[in-house]
Design a protein. Sequence first.
Length: 133
Amino acid sequence: MINHPASVLLVDDYPDTLEMWTLYLQSHGYSVTTADNGIDALAMARDQHPNLVILDLDLPGISGYEVARRLRGGKDTAAIPLIAATGFSADQQIQDAKAAGFDTILVKPCDPEGLIRAIEHALSAVPDDAKPH
């Protein structure tokens, strides 16, 4: 089990979503940083090595799919759990998200308790020797 505060990088291009989810995650003991586009998300993940990244798939700059692929390909970022949070629910988008390297796909709007369960599950699945520092 991970000790709080686990660091979460939350990435969405809707300010209201970022604000609402940030407050909710902080109220559950998480340390949250945010980005509103794929380019900043990639840089922040590489620089900050969060314990987990939650990504919208449809982002300005580069897509959440591409951010996931690049993180999975990075030596220091490959083991970071990735959760896709998307309004897309078509089978092809779900398959594409899995192929890009996402561990979990949440369809928005998602149940806040389901978000916490997905985060806890993703964090508990990372072996201790693979956790970011």
